[in-house]
Design a protein around this ligand. Structure first.
Ligand SMILES: [Fe+2]
Length: 297
């Protein structure tokens, strides 16, 4: 039989997303005595009920306390998310590697925590895992060792790619953010601009999903939509209650619909295509340098 043309139905996919669960006793902003199990269970129940194709967890499973407590908390997260009936993809966050090693996380979640790429049919999912140790003082180390793999992986296939990291690379403003307004250097990698340029140059990325900053944002840069999803346990935007947030990303026929559920609802309807499929004009130089040109125009 000759190959059939893919239909919109073929390219449809639903991704259930959860991030920054921070299961465990410690937190700056969580409700006293807050227990994440109920929301995690509600998330998995929802993901199963809507027939999500995959579950994506963007890291910070736990609030680090000590080795034994962290093993117990991370295991509870892994066991709860394992009730999802489809494939699960996890990245590690900074709190996941404070007392636990990458190997501990791999054992608990049953998955490599190295960077990996997965073919989703009409798109690709890239779990990019540069180091997430948050150096104090100073913040994250540059992604130098991890970036060549990302660029080569993007270049290897022209399907629109979704990149998933714990830490966002959008470089978006942290004004108003409880944690990062006064600590912006801890909100992203120091080489975020160079990473964006390298990724944009491949033309093959469509969307970038991240957690870490505990709020909902969409930042379009160079034809790529950078999205951050609210933390499940956060309440700086929803006090006195917790956000109880999780999200569904529904991609169909070149359009991505994001819905964040819970007490910090958020939504976006955005194009889903390789950045190279539509020209994004490079930002112009400083106005001061362009003034004579503009005046003569
Ligand atoms: Fe977090």
């Amino acid at each position: 039989m000759p190959p059939t043309t893919p239909t919109a139905e073929d390219s449809a996919m639903k991704i259930a997303i959860i991030t920054d669960i921070h299961h465990g006793p410690k937190s700056h902003t969580k409700e006293t005595g807050w227990d994440g199990m109920a929301t995690m269970e509600a998330f998995v129940e929802h993901a199963n009920a809507i027939g999500a194709d995959l579950l994506l967890d963007l890291g910070d499973h736990i609030s680090d306390t000590d080795y034994a407590t962290d093993v117990r908390a991370a295991t509870e997260v892994a066991n709860t998310l394992a009730q999802f009936k489809g494939p699960r993809y996890h990245v590690v966050g900074n709190h996941d590697v404070t007392n636990l090693s990458i190997g501990d996380n791999e054992e608990i979640f049953g998955q490599s925590m190295q960077s990996q790429v997965f073919d989703l049919g009409a798109a690709r999912l890239i779990l990019w895992q540069p180091g997430v140790n948050i150096g104090l003082p100073g913040g994250f180390a540059p992604t130098t060792d991890a970036l060549p793999w990302l660029v080569e992986t993007l270049k290897a296939d022209s399907k629109p790619a979704i990149i998933a990291t714990h830490v966002p690379l959008s470089g978006h403003s942290q004004i108003g953010n409880f944690y990062f307004e006064n600590n912006a250097e801890y909100s992203t990698y120091p080489d975020h601009a160079a990473v964006r340029r390298a990724v944009e140059a491949t033309g093959n990325a469509a969307m970038w999903l991240a957690g870490h900053v505990h709020w909902n944002t969409v930042t379009p840069v160079g034809g790529i939509h950078h999205v951050t999803i609210q933390s499940m346990s956060e309440r700086f935007t929803t006090a006195p209650v917790s956000a109880n947030a999780f999200a569904v990303l529904d991609i169909n026929d070149g359009v991505a619909q994001l819905e964040v559920l819970g007490n910090d609802p958020f939504g976006a309807r955005i194009q889903f295509r390789r950045s190279a499929d539509r020209a994004w004009l490079a930002p112009m130089g400083p106005f001061a340098q362009s003034l004579p040109e503009l005046e003569n125009a």
